[in-house]
Structures are given as structure tokens and as C-alpha cells.
Ligand binder design. Structure first.
Ligand code: NDP
Length: 495
């Protein structure tokens, strides 16, 4: 097949295929088309990548940060030039509609450009000393070798969030992408290669999480792991990394609520939930998976939602007119259909969809109808992350109950409220337990210049993106400069 190219690992500035290496392939979830063949990396490949990164690190650390930023500007230019082509690879490999495929790449471009500017900031702070002729300040230093482990749902944006921030801070990176979207990972790495990233500063090791991922997490030379993925995997990575006292940054799941109050602009709220729940077939960590509606507008709002879904177009994600493509893989299809069965068995009232789509183009791919269940708070589908196009609708009496239902789950990534009451809006900002709250906007739509992350089981306290992205990838060094020519003893000298 002309498009099916064999791709190698990228280690120490070279693409390589270890002789006799086992391989895996990726396929288009809409059509089954074979897209590429990739090396199933082994533990020793991961080890070689870390060796290359460790060797490249000192020279990269000593490269002035503005120069490191210039590399990122060239990466951004490469991504811009190839935006359409890479956007199509995103859509083909994981199934999001083409507008979102382009959006994935655009988010990568935005962040890489934003981080390029960080090359001229990387700010520390200067504070007064309590002593005579003494100066106190902090400087940022890179951590060394950093490992970036990424999921398939934003296969160009999330890797760039991590890689660009790590590189501008002066770290050397080993990148382990989701196996499902290995071709997107190759495209990302090529943008850095073509921009002139020095050998060993960025390395790509494809292969199974349980093999390559484990080897990287165990390697004592790695100081930081930046991980985005599922909660169970994240927990495992955290525990493993703790054995060698690594800093492990986790971005995990969500079960994000959109609250619709009785005074909301219902048309706007409807647009919001359609985009939030069914964009990317519900496979965003920030996807709206719970719709919490005030009882006064519940029937009317639900009826309008069902009416709009009746004309929702599911199909070929490369067709500009399609609203929703397939889910990303056979595994995703299985998991989502299992949750639909759970919802039925626990008494959820199916109001739309609830099935695998069949016939015509659907037969070749993993298409699931947009699905709406009326359910009660506490049911499994109202609490567990499904990561698919399944929306739970919950009726509440008032604002207080809406906030209680929104908060009474293990996750806390994104949240949204539609209301025209300014007091309620501010209370929601204060009371919703989530890393992100939107007012009169859906739960999805992050902007790269703002911190991204969540509370509770969504992570372990860190944030990506925004100016705080550099916290993950730098150590603060505290510096004391004494120019008094005397021994001065803080806290002990007479006052
Ligand atoms: P997984 O947790 O299965 O995989 C994520 C990454 O971890 C993949 O690269 C995977 O490799 C790798 N991996 C698997 N096992 C191990 C291991 N033992 N050690 C190290 N790495 C390992 O998640 P998905 O790819 O299925 O992604 C979907 C999840 O990501 C959802 O639950 C979603 O909520 C979450 N997510 C969170 C975001 C956030 O910012 N909070 C953003 C986007 C998604 P391989 O593919 O080879 O298995």
C-alpha cells in the first residue's frame, strides 16, 4: 500500500530500525485502512534513548535559552507549513473530524510559539536579604533527562505541550507516544528534526507502554516523567517513579459537568453541550459527560437536545460536513459499548443512540451513535469516565443541588455553568471542585496561555500550559551573594 511506510525509532538524531525488531501498525478507525508500521521498542531501546539524551543534555543546557526558543520558532513554522497534511494524519489516525484535526495541530503551533517566548523569560525572582550587603535570588535550571508519555486523543497537541516546554527549559527528552497514534508522533518529531534539534536532545521510542514505558519510568537517569493518560496507568507510573524519587507529573481523567440553570440562554447552552459532549466523539479529558439541568427547564432543554441530535451527522471525519467521526479504536468501541450496557442494566433511560452504527460506511469503522441517557446521580455512568460519545443527563432542584452533584465525583478537571445570574456565576467559580470552570461556555476549549490541569483524581497537583508550564521542567536554585566581606549568620547575628 503506497501510504504504508515503515517508521523507525528516533535515537541520537537518527531514524533507526533495530534489525529483526517486532513491529506494530496503526489503522484508520473510520475505514480500517493501514496507515503505518512502527518499531515495537524494547527495554534496551528505551535505555539507549536515555543514554543519548543524557549525553546530549550538557550542551543543550548550556545553549542560551533564547537560542533554544529560536529552535521552537522553527518547529512552529514547520508545523504551520504542514498543518493541513498533519491535520489529515490526525483525523485518519484517531478519527476526530477534520476541523478538529487541524485544531489539534493549531494548538501545537500556538503552544510551541508561546514557549519560544519563554526562552527570553524563564524568570526567577529577586528578594531582599535580611543581612548587610547580601543579595538573594532564584534561577531556573533544567532537570536533565525528561520522559514525556502521551495519549492518543490529542496526538500532536499534547506531545508538543510537553516537549516544547521541556526543551526550552534546557532538558533533553525521550518521547513515548500512545501506540494508537504513532504516525502523528513521527510527524511531531520530524518537525523538530527539520528545525535542527541537536542529536539526542529529542528521542522517540515507540512501543508498548508496559515495555518501553516501564523501562523509561524505572531508569534512574530520568528525573521527571510527564504523563497524560488514564487514571490507572497514571497511578502505576506514579508508584513506579516514586521508587527512584522521580518527579511524576500526571494529567488524568475527567467526568466534566455542564450545569444549565433556569435563567440560562438555552440556545447557547444547547450549542455548548453538543460541542462539549460529542466533539472528538467525547474522547477529550475535558468532554462534557454530565449535563445537570434545573428542573424548571429540564423537559424543554432535553427535548431541544434530542431534536438537534436527530440531524447530527455521524460519518467520514474527513468530510467537512460531518459532525462526529468514529471512536478511536476497537478497544474504545468495546469500552463505550460496555458502558452503554451498564447504563441500561442500572436503569438509565436511553433517550438517543445507544448502539454501534451499522451499514454502508459504518461497517468498516468504529462508529457509535451519539448517546443520551437520563440517569440518577450515583449511577455508574454518571460517575465513571467513559471517554466516548455518551452523555448522562441529571435533573436538579436548584443551584445548591447542581453544585453538589457536579462535585460528588472522584475527578475535577473541567466544569461549566450556563446562567445569566452574576452571583451564581461567581459562586460556581468559587464552589465547583475543578481545575477549570467555564461560564456560559462548554467544558472544552483550553487556550495554551492558561494553566491546564485538575484536582482530585485528575492529577497530582501540577499544571501544564500557561507560564506555569515551566515549573514542571525546571528546578529552582536559590542563590545567596554575600559582598560584605564578613561572615554573616542569618537568624543568629544580634538584631
Ligand atoms: P493510557 O493510560 O492507556 O495510555 C497513555 C499513555 O501511557 C500511552 O502512551 C500508553 O502507551 C502509556 N502507557 C501504558 N501503560 C504504561 C505503563 N505501564 N508505563 C508507562 N506508560 C504506559 O490512556 P489512553 O491512551 O487510553 O488515553 C486516554 C486517557 O487519557 C483518558 O482516560 C483521558 O482522561 C486521559 N487524558 C487526560 C488528559 C488530561 O490532561 N487530564 C488529556 C487527554 C487524555 P500505549 O499506547 O503503548 O499503551
Amino acid at each position: 500500500m503506497p501510504d504504508t511506510v515503515e517508521h523507525g525509532l528516533f535515537i541520537d538524531g537518527r531514524w533507526e530500525s533495530p534489525p529483526g525488531a517486532a513491529r506494530f501498525t496503526t489503522r484508520n478507525p473510520a475505514t480500517g485502512e493501514l496507515l503505518g508500521s512502527f518499531v515495537s521498542g524494547r527495554a534496551e531501546d528505551a535505555e539507549r534513548a536515555v543514554t543519548a539524551a543524557a549525553r546530549a543534555f550538557p550542551a543543550w543546557r548550556d545553549t542560551p535559552a533564547p537560542k533554544r526558543g529560536e529552535l521552537l520558532l522553527r518547529v512552529a513554522e514547520n508545523l504551520k507549513r504542514r498543518k493541513e497534511a498533519i491535520g489529515r494524519v490526525v483525523t485518519k489516525e484517531m478519527g476526530k473530524v477534520i476541523a478538529e484535526g487541524r485544531g489539534d495541530v493549531q494548538e501545537a503551533i500556538d503552544f510551541v510559539e508561546y514557549m519560544a517566548g519563554e526562552g527570553r523569560r524563564l524568570a526567577g525572582e529577586t528578594v531582599p536579604s535580611e543581612l548587610f550587603r547580601k543579595m538573594c535570588l532564584t534561577v531556573r535550571q533544567p532537570k536533565g533527562v525528561v520522559v514525556c508519555i502521551t495519549p492518543w486523543n490529542f496526538p500532536t497537541a499534547i506531545p508538543n505541550w510537553k516537549i516544547a516546554a521541556a526543551l526550552v527549559c534546557g532538558n533533553a527528552v525521550v518521547f513515548k507516544p500512545a501506540s494508537n497514534t504513532a504516525l502523528c508522533a513521527v510527524e511531531v518529531v520530524k518537525a523538530y528534526e527539520e528545525a535542527g534539534v541537536p542529536a539526542g536532545v529529542l528521542n522517540l521510542v515507540t512501543g508498548a507502554g508496559g515495555v518501553v514505558g516501564n523501562a523509561l519510568v524505572d531508569d534512574p537517569r530520568v528525573r521527571t516523567i510527564s504523563f497524560t493518560g488514564g487514571v490507572e496507568t497514571g497511578r502505576e507510573v506514579y508508584v513506579r517513579g516514586a521508587k527512584s524519587l522521580k518527579m511524576v507529573h500526571l494529567e488524568l481523567g475527567g467526568k466534566n459537568p455542564q450545569i444549565v440553570m433556569d435563567d440560562a440562554d438555552l440556545e447557547l447552552a444547547l450549542e455548548g453541550v453538543l460541542f462539549g459532549a460529542f466533539g472528538t466523539s467525547g474522547q477529550r479529558c475535558t468532554a462534557t459527560s454530565r449535563l445537570i439541568v434545573h428542573e424548571k427547564v429540564y423537559d424543554q432543554f432535553l427535548a431541544s437536545l434530542l431534536e438537534r441530535l436527530a440531524t447530527f451527522r455521524v460519518g467520514d471525519p474527513l468530510d467537512e460536513k460531518t459532525d462526529m467521526g468514529p471512536v478511536a479504536s476497537a478497544d474504545q468501541e468495546k469500552k463505550v459499548l460496555e458502558y452503554i450496557a451498564v447504563a441500561r442494566s442500572e436503569g438509565g433511560k436511553l433517550r438517543f443512540g445507544g448502539e454501534k452504527l451499522r451499514g454502508g460506511v459504518f461497517d468498516a469503522g468504529h462508529f457509535i451513535a451519539p448517546t443520551v441517557f437520563e440517569t440518577r446521580h450515583g449511577s455508574r455512568i454518571s460517575k465513571e469516565e467513559i471517554f466516548g460519545p455518551v452523555l448522562s443527563v441529571l435533573k436538579v432542584r436548584d443551584f445548591e443541588e447542581a453544585v453538589h452533584v457536579a462535585n460528588d465525583i472522584e475527578y475535577g478537571l473541567s466544569s461549566s455553568i450556563y446562567t445569566r445570574d452574576v452571583n451564581r456565576a461567581f459562586r460556581a467559580v468559587q464552589e465547583l471542585e475543578a481545575g477549570i470552570t467555564y461560564v456560559n461556555a462548554p467544558t472544552i476549549g483550553a487556550e495554551v496561555q492558561l494553566p491546564f490541569g485538575g484536582v482530585k483524581n485528575t492529577g497530582n497537583g501540577g499544571r501544564e500550559a500557561g507560564s506555569v508550564a515551566i515549573d514542571e521542567f525546571t528546578e529552582l536554585k536559590t542563590v545567596f551573594l554575600d559582598f560584605s566581606s564578613h561572615l554573616q549568620k542569618a537568624q543568629i547575628d544580634p538584631r
